[in-house]
Design a protein around this ligand. Structure first.
Ligand code: PLP
Length: 420
């Protein structure tokens, strides 16, 4: 966006021409006074998901009882394939829905290290999401390995040169976020994976802020491993199961550390000895969370129908528009853009910086605009493309402008809370 349209009618025109406009009605966004810009934290409830969960609970579980397992047992792989097809650029048989992102990260990172004996170094960056850093710290400590942290600009994201300098013949694994949780900086998956492979290491990607927000090409970029959550852009609900990806060519060679019965070949043979299932099934652990998994299925279907190309185009337009308004209206109040400006370097959210970001975020909630605060002084705004209107962006930025002009955030006196 190079020019700033002068009034709200520009946003209204964009909404009128938006090919995805009809998708908003597919979500339970019933409160007309609420502007929800936090779908990058917790996506809203799709109506189809509510209906499907009700059906699964009352019919499949309530009436069908254990007889419904024949419907459920294949879901982790089936829903994984759906994600792979529509959103992750992964051919069938490489994605499974299971466990949490944290647990999947642990499983795949351990498997990767075991596959690179004699190499004890894990590389990540110091702005990676906390759970990623903690899991990798724990693994390095448990194995007597080294966790090497690349210093990353929290606003601009990972520097490829710094990554190149950090990997060497001792590196077993490089684990990074594709879209940075704080700034929304988008990493070049193919280039970085190529650098990792040149050093003989494996690349593990966290796709929490990518899946459903930006096109991901796991197969084409040569990625080895990936994990991601489903409660953000995939709208599967709080604590819905995560997904993992293991490139087909690696599946036989890798062994994950949690040897559960759902990863066992001939599971109901109840054999004495663990023998991993062939293919992606090995990476399951215990009984899948069925209600959450069908929610992932509904979310993947909905976004698949919208189309990741159209979602990306709208996300670029919305975030560009947001940045344009922030520059025009908020920069005079000391608010700066803390996300990459080039479209190709940005995911689907924008982060603004101001020393009073936390109080501003609280004042915004009082005015019906939900974004979120991130340390140390960041306000994160996620205009998720499936349901956010250009007019929402206009209105939200207008309200921030008013809050900054009136200094209304100074009225926020409560203690900083953990969850907004
Ligand atoms: C990049 C990233 N990784 C991981 C997580 C969380 O993982 P989990 O679902 O296991 O809590 C988040 C949550 O916001 C995230 O943004």
């Amino acid at each position: 966006m190079t020019t700033l349209p002068a009034d709200r009618s520009y946003a209204e025109d964009q909404d009128a021409a938006d090919p995805l406009a009809g998708f908003r009605d597919r979500f339970a966004l019933d409160d007309p006074s609420l502007i929800y810009l936090d779908g990058n934290s917790l996506g809203p409830l799709p109506h189809a998901t509510r209906a499907r969960i009700a059906e699964v609970v009352s019919q499949e579980w309530g009436a069908g009882l254990v007889r419904s397992w024949h419907r459920w047992i294949g879901l982790p792989g089936q829903v994984g394939d759906l994600l792979g097809e529509h959103l992750l650029g992964a051919a069938p048989g490489q994605v499974a829905v299971c466990d949490s992102t944290t647990v999947n990260l642990y499983k795949l990172a351990c498997a990767a290290l075991d596959a690179r004996p004699g190499r004890g170094v894990i590389v990540t960056d110091d702005d990676n999401f906390p759970t990623d850093r903690y899991v990798l710290q724990g693994i390095a400590a448990q194995r007597g390995g080294e966790l090497r942290m690349i210093g990353t600009d929290p606003d601009q994201g990972l520097d490829t040169g710094a990554l190149r300098a950090a990997v060497d013949q001792r590196t077993a694994l490089v684990s990074l976020s594709h879209v940075a949780y704080r700034s929304g900086a988008l990493a070049d998956m193919a280039t970085i994976t190529g650098i990792v492979h040149e050093a003989g290491a494996l690349a593990l990607w966290d796709l929490c802020h990518s899946a459903g927000a930006v096109p991901v090409e796991l197969d084409a970029s040569g990625a080895d491993l990936a994990v991601g959550c489903t409660y953000k852009y995939l709208n599967a609900g709080p604590g819905a199961p995560a997904f993992l990806y293991v490139r087909r060519g690696l599946q036989q060679a890798l062994r994950q550390p949690v040897w559960g019965w759902f990863g066992q070949r001939d599971q109901f043979g109840m054999g004495r000895v663990y023998e991993p299932a062939p293919g992606i099934g090995q990476f399951l652990t215990g009984t899948p969370q069925i209600i959450g998994t069908v929610a992932v299925q509904e979310g993947a279907r909905l976004l698949g129908e919208a189309g990741i190309g159209r979602l990306r185009a709208k996300a670029v337009a919305l975030t560009g528009y947001l940045i344009g308004l922030a520059d025009a209206w908020l920069a005079p109040h000391g608010v700066t853009v803390a996300s990459p400006r080039p479209d190709a370097r940005r995911g689907a959210h924008v982060t603004l910086a101001h020393p009073e970001a936390w109080r501003i975020s609280q004042a915004l909630i009082r005015r019906g605009v939900i974004g979120d605060y991130r340390t140390p002084d960041r306000l994160r705004l996620g205009p998720a493309p499936a349901y956010t209107r250009f007019a929402d962006v206009w209105d939200a930025l207008d309200i921030i402008r008013q809050i900054m002009t009136d200094k209304a955030y100074l009225n926020v006196t409560s203690e900083r809370s953990v969850v907004t």
